[in-house]
Design a protein around this ligand. Structure first.
Ligand SMILES: [Zn+2]
Length: 405
């Protein structure tokens, strides 16, 4: 599923197939809405008449609608085109190690209801039972959101896109687990599933602010684990075995701390929330099972608050994570060299404190001066990148580029 770049597409011509022109128009409306017919024709490089044919078809299919907007002082009021998301909804689900989040969005992945959350049962059958109950409840309680197009689920693990099976989710302890069939049966809705890092990357491609969309990007999400999603040429990079982008399990030091995947010294074992808290408490919490109660209740947000209040140990723990984060980002740049890197996760609430150390760590390993100063954007947790990415799994396919032989 590839996204057409709304800023750099092959200019539409009379010779371009109808299907491709239709998808270009749909993507331009998605990116620029509200947009007038005249502006759409200008962006597409087509005559008004040719664009009208495409628009009429999209209107007939209820993919878009035409409405008034803005203030026009005099003359005929132009009508504007919008993606039609009225009366349709999508459910986004984010399964995380400790809690599972559910949010209802429209077809543009904009939040409508929630998120609500509940504890994650690590038994897949029990989790599916609870999750389907919650999904049915939230849709029943909010009939105003309209008919549900489907459920997008993201998990902290590698997913086989062909079968929908979860191949390996280290922090959940799941290997070769299927939840798609049982969740579809229990909810009666179509289910899409994706790795959380990939979903975050998709959220920027499909659900981000239109003007900011780029076709080559990496999203690094730092939380219980480390998820990385790569978009190259408008498409998720999956690799032969659906494990491409697992930078979280690239070693920084083979003699380093134990990681959730079973190996030692992975990047994740240096920058996950638990790794940062381990440094603060002076003990390896990644190997402590169960985590002592007094520590389990202490969050990365608490640590950041202490650092801001002048706790030197808290500040040191966070600055170490920042340096390791930068070192790992340098590996990503040296491997992928993306146009933009997005960073999400709880630690980004301290971005003002950590950015210099992140950039210093990155510069240590950068191979050229230009590569040492990449375009890094922080995505706040309140932007819900995982949940919007989950919704995009259902919302995006109608906008995807047609497969051309
Ligand atoms: Zn690992």
């Amino acid at each position: 599923m590839r996204r057409i770049n709304p800023h750099k597409f092959q200019i539409a011509t009379r010779g371009t197939s109808r299907e491709i022109n239709r998808q270009i128009a749909l993507n331009l409306i998605h990116t620029h809405q509200p947009i007038s017919r005249a502006d759409l024709a200008r962006l597409m490089g087509l005559r008004r008449g040719a664009v009208s044919l495409i628009i009429n078809e999209l209107l007939k299919d209820a993919a878009i609608f035409e409405g008034m907007t803005g203030e026009v002082r005099r003359g005929r009021k132009p009508t504007f085109l919008y993606i039609d998301s009225r009366g349709r909804s999508i459910v986004g689900v984010d399964i995380r190690v400790t809690r599972t989040y559910v949010m209802v969005t429209d077809r543009l992945c904009r939040p409508l209801v929630g998120p609500i959350n509940f504890p994650t049962d690590h038994n897949p059958e029990k989790l599916v039972a609870e999750l389907s109950k919650r999904i049915k409840q939230i849709l029943a309680d909010h009939s105003e959101v309209g008919d549900c197009d489907g459920v997008g689920v993201v998990v902290p693990g590698m997913v086989d896109q062909r079968t929908g099976r979860i191949l390996n989710a280290p922090t959940l302890g799941w290997r070769d687990v299927d939840i798609v069939k049982s969740l579809a049966a229990a909810t009666g809705l179509p289910i899409e599933i994706e790795n959380s890092g990939n979903a975050c990357a998709l959220s920027q491609l499909w659900a981000g602010r239109g003007d900011a969309a780029v076709s080559d990007l990496v999203f690094v999400t730092v939380s219980e684990g480390v998820g990385v999603g790569i978009i190259a040429g408008g498409e998720v990079l999956r690799g032969r075995h659906n494990i491409a982008g697992e930078f979280g399990h690239v070693p920084l030091n083979i003699d380093g701390p134990r990681c959730s995947c079973g190996a030692t010294g992975c990047w994740e074992a240096y920058i996950s929330n638990l790794a940062t808290l381990s440094r603060y408490f002076g003990r390896n919490l990644q190997e402590a099972k169960p985590i002592p109660a007094e520590i389990a209740a202490f969050t990365i947000e608490d640590l950041i608050a202490r650092a801001r209040a002048g706790d030197a140990k808290a500040a040191t723990a966070i600055q170490s994570t920042a340096r390791y984060l930068g070192l790992g980002l340098a590996s990503i740049i040296n491997a992928i060299d993306p146009t933009r890197i997005y960073v999400g996760g709880e630690i980004t609430a301290a971005w003002d404190l950590i950015e210099p150390a992140v950039r210093d760590g990155l510069a240590e390993r950068a191979l050229t001066p230009a590569a040492s100063n990449p375009d890094i954007r922080v995505v706040s947790a309140t932007d819900y990148p995982r949940l919007r990415g989950a919704a995009a799994l259902v919302a995006a396919p109608p906008f995807a580029a047609p497969a051309v032989a």
